[in-house]
Every structure is written in C-alpha cells, then in structure tokens.
Design a protein around this ligand. Structure first.
Ligand code: ADP
Ligand code: MG
Length: 253
C-alpha cells in the first residue's frame, strides 16, 4: 500500500482579484521505502507541495491519504497530531535549538508525542544519534558541531518518532561539497534500511542520489522518473576526498 496518496490536489491562493493556481490537480503515490526528489523551477509549486505533504497546509480541493488516513478531513488538532506522528522534517537551515545539546534537540519531538507510546526519550535519542553517526557527540551544542554534523542532529530529530516518512527541504543547501556528500550518504543508508525519504532540491547533482525524481512546472507534475543509475554518494565522497586531500585540515567524522 502507498503511504502517500494524493488525488486531484489543487491549491489556489486568492491574492486580491487574482487566483494563483499553485497546484492544479496533482496525483501522486509514494510507496514505503521510496527515496523521492521533487524538482522544478522557482514558482513551480514545490513549497506548496511540500506544505501539503507535510500537513502544514490543506489543499483547496482533493484527497491526501497518509498511512491510510484521509488528512483533508482531519480537525485542526488531528491534523497537528498527524503531522507530529507521521512526518519528520529536515530543513535547509537545520533549525536546532542553539543552547541545547544534541541529545536534548533529538528528544524534543518525543515530549510533544501524545500517543504515550514513546517512553525512554533519552535512550531513544541516544540510539538515534548513534544511527546517524554522532554517538561521540551526544552532549555537543550546535555551535560545537560542523554544519554537516548539525544536519545529522536534525535528521536524528526527524527520525526519533519513527515517522512514516522524512520530508527534507533543500537539506544540503547550506553545506559545502564534502558535507553535502556526507549527508546524501546518510540519506542513502537510511533509505537502504527502509526509511522513506522525500526531498526538495534545486540541484540535479543531488537528485541523482535519490531513486525517483518528479519535476514540477506551473503547478503540475511534468515528469516522474525512476533514476536509472545506482549512484552511491559514499563513492563520490571518497573520490572527492582523495582529490582534495591537500586541502583538508580539520577533523572528519
Ligand atoms: P516553488 O517552491 O516551486 O518556488 P511555490 O509553491 O512557493 O513554488 O509557489 C507556487 C506559486 O504559488 C507561485 O506562483 C507563488 O507566487 C504562489 N504562492 C505561493 N505561496 C503563496 C501565498 N501564500 N499567497 C499567494 N501566492 C502564493
Ligand atoms: Mg519554494
């Protein structure tokens, strides 16, 4: 069964006398275990689609079934619960609490969980930080971590609730090449372990590490393709590091 089923999704914005058709009747299925990139030029509807998928915004028309639940019929409270339980967000700017350790940042979503199923928040946070390779940085605050490490904390925070999928908005947009390849390596590892990941990216170089790419234009999906090449970010990272050995100084993790 698809974990995401969008049918006839329209999102119109009324601006004065003008109706902006940000999404014009979108159909999309995403199966468990997919790694999907959403691409398209500025203004094509990517953010509107992300907000819809992320249950941050309801469509003007259409159906969005997430993990078997029709989200468009949910009350505001139910809608917020669906968002907290089912979706793990990763942002371009990490959005970590600055004076707060990695563990505490990752624990945070567990305190908002109202299902009561998520006991031992500390243990869960530690286990998740280990999963993203930060077992040795548990007590570090964001300013004691590199950009790539901060994004890993953010990815751990997104995963700790065991959401139906991870929704990432330009997650490598603030990172240099090496950190970008590290983060894409991590996403590929997580996907290989069965996590469903959806990311918006402007960069074709990044989208190649996903398994499927949809392209938006003028509020519609104009292409939907499986990525033929099985490209490993970890291989490209190794090549990049060999080439740039002479430049590197800092510690790497
Ligand atoms: P993208 O993320 O691909 O740049 P958006 O989803 O942000 O595209 O925007 C799609 C279209 O909807 C654009 O024409 C944009 O101007 C319009 N739009 C987005 N958000 C709003 C809003 N809150 N009010 C009015 N128009 C909006
Ligand atoms: Mg946008």
């Amino acid at each position: 069964m698809a974990i995401i089923e969008l049918r006839g999704i329209k999102r119109y914005y009324v601006v004065g006398d003008i109706i902006v058709k940000a999404l014009r009747g979108l159909d999309l299925d995403v199966e468990k275990g997919e790694f999907l990139a959403i691409m398209g030029p500025s203004g094509s509807g990517k953010s509107t689609l992300m907000n819809t998928l992320g249950c941050l915004d309801k469509p003007t028309e259409g159906s969005y079934i997430l993990d078997g639940v029709e989200t468009t019929k949910a009350s505001p409270d139910e809608f917020a619960d669906i968002r907290n339980e089912k979706i793990g967000f990763v942002f371009q700017g990490f959005n970590l609490l600055s004076r707060t350790s990695a563990i505490e940042n990752v624990e945070l979503p567990l305190f908002y969980d109202r299902s009561g199923k998520k006991n031992n928040p500390r243990e869960r946070a530690i286990a998740t930080l280990k999963e993203v390779g930060l077992g040795a940085r548990l007590d570090h605050k964001p300013n004691q971590l590199s950009g790539g490490q901060q994004q890993r904390v953010a990815i751990a925070r997104a995963m700790v609730n065991d959401p139906a999928f991870i929704l990432a908005d330009e997650p490598t947009g603030n990172l240099d090449t090496e950190m970008t390849l590290e983060i894409m390596t991590l996403f590929q590892e997580l996907n290989n372990r069965g996590k469903t990941v959806i990311m918006v990216t402007h960069e074709p170089d990044i989208a190649v590490y996903c398994r499927r790419i949809i392209t938006m234009r003028d509020g519609a999906m104009v292409s939907d393709e499986q990525v033929a090449e099985d490209r490993h970010a970890s291989d490209d990272l190794e090549i990049w590091r060999k080439k740039n050995e002479h430049l590197s100084q800092g510690e790497r993790t």
